[in-house]
Design a protein around this ligand. Structure first.
Ligand SMILES: Cc1cc2nc3c(=O)[nH]c(=O)nc-3n(C[C@H](O)[C@H](O)[C@H](O)COP(=O)(O)OP(=O)(O)OC[C@H]3O[C@@H](n4cnc5c(N)ncnc54)[C@H](O)[C@@H]3O)c2cc1C
Length: 403
């Protein structure tokens, strides 16, 4: 390594890692800093679109972008490998196939599904985790339909889809299923009533903590399209073909079981000896790991405290993108002996999709429903595509289908 040119290593090319890398290339001249981006795959995917890939309402390729198409490989060294751990003392990152030293490190490795130790969930449920896992979910659902009329002994419950967890991801996923299942029924000559979509949530209501009026809207919209909700139903066990719920051990059977009930930060954090709280690292106000001068932790790996409310901000793509700006500014400040800035979250609101033409949420403190909300959701999705790759990427990967 050139002694005069510090090496900044960014781990993970999700929202946080991609935007940090982009901002770093804008802030630093090539002679000022070497920038390295490490990611498991040679593509970046839109995590917020994964429920659509899993339900088969968009093509997996629309939800991903080759990294070299949006990050100049002549400016940023791109390494496609899996991070195993960080050796803080030696300032080294251990990858599956090599090792890499750093002067400054950004950890933006995203989330991993958390099953909270529910018996059988790890072994028997599908997870909305990445492109591969979501493509697998959709292929499995379609296989169940293709099999149904060919197998005289096909289980009557095999077309049912059980979705564990009625949070944001679970609700968005059943919204997409409500679009796709009628299409599959038609394609495979199956009566619509044969395929149930059942969302199971332990809390008294789906989307706990969300605005009650908006939740009521989401529920009635989804129920009118055939989604069933089982609220206040704690899942005790997940078997090969069922959830066991409640005190009376009710068995709800299905041919497809998807768990969306929780996430935690990348396991690399614990493996590297960081102090973990509920699966993530609580970072300082400037987004550095406590006690670490040269390590930033951002996106879904970090708890960033909301001082006003005395609890961390929820992990979102919106926050991850904003972390990236502060992180890049602070790396610039560090390298130029300037004071670091504190992260300030600018909450623009949240919109949950309920299928292709329906959604609900709040934007700039205004409640939105129906087609207006669905249009706003597309604006948010497309804005990110534009930020990442300009008009060229927007035309290639943007959501421009009218409805
Ligand atoms: C279905 C769904 C819908 C969502 N909808 C919304 C929404 O509408 N609005 C919103 O704001 N948020 C939403 N979220 C949350 C949002 O997607 C996350 O908060 C966001 O993706 C976090 O960004 P990140 O950069 O930290 O991680 P990610 O985007 O998950 O990126 C992590 C990257 O690191 C890579 N990686 C992971 N482990 C390794 C390893 N060991 N080695 C190398 N590379 C690795 C991954 O491949 C990935 O590229 C949604 C999440 C889901 C699952």
């Amino acid at each position: 390594m050139n002694a005069n040119k510090p090496r900044i290593v960014v781990l993970g090319a999700g929202y946080a890692g991609m935007m940090t890398t982009k901002r770093l290339t804008q802030k630093f001249g090539a002679e000022e800093a070497e920038i390295v981006l490490v990611n498991k795959h040679n593509y970046h995917y839109q995590t917020t679109w994964l429920h659509e890939v899993a339900a088969g309402t968009i093509n997996p390729n629309q939800a991903r972008v080759m990294i070299k198409d949006v990050i100049n490989p002549n400016r940023v060294r791109l390494i496609y490998d899996s991070v195993v751990k960080v050796n803080k003392e030696e300032k080294q990152v251990v990858l599956e196939n090599s090792e890499l030293s750093y002067d400054y490190l950004v950890i933006s490795l995203g989330f991993e599904t958390n099953t909270f130790g529910i018996k059988g969930m790890e072994e028997n449920a599908f997870f909305i985790q990445d492109i591969d896992s979501c493509r697998y979910i959709y292929e499995h659902i379609e296989y169940q339909f293709a099999k149904y009329n060919n197998d005289p002994e096909a289980d009557e419950d095999s077309l049912n889809i059980l979705v564990g967890g009625g949070g944001f991801t679970g609700v968005e996923f059943v919204g997409e299923l409500a679009e796709k299942i009628p299409e599959l029924c038609k394609k495979y000559d199956v009566e619509r009533s044969k395929a149930r979509i059942i969302n199971v949530e332990a809390a008294p209501s789906i989307m706990p903590g969300f605005d009650k009026e908006l939740v009521a809207y989401a529920k009635s919209s989804l129920q009118s399209r055939g989604v069933e909700f089982r609220e206040g139903a704690a899942i005790k066990e997940c078997t090969e073909d069922a959830f066991i719920v409640g005190d009376d051990n009710e068995e709800i059977k299905a041919g497809t079981i998807v768990w969306t009930g929780g996430v935690k930060g990348s396991p690399v954090l614990a493996e590297s000896g960081f102090e973990i709280t509920k699966g993530k690292v609580t970072v300082d106000g400037d987004l550095r790991a406590p006690g670490e001068e040269d390590i930033f932790i951002i996106g879904d790996c970090a708890w960033v405290m909301n001082e006003a409310e005395g609890r961390p901000f929820p992990p979102t793509a919106q926050a991850a993108i904003q972390h990236a700006d502060t992180c890049a500014n602070n790396l610039y400040a560090l390298l130029n002996n300037q004071p670091l800035e504190k992260f300030v979250f600018d909450d623009k609101g949240t919109v949950a999709s309920l299928g292709i033409t329906d959604a609900m949420g709040t934007v700039f403190d205004r409640k939105l429903y129906g087609k207006t909300a669905a249009a706003m959701k597309k604006v948010v999705d497309n804005r990110y595509v534009f930020m990442l790759g300009g008009p060229k990427l927007f035309l290639k990967k943007g959501k421009i289908r009218p409805f």
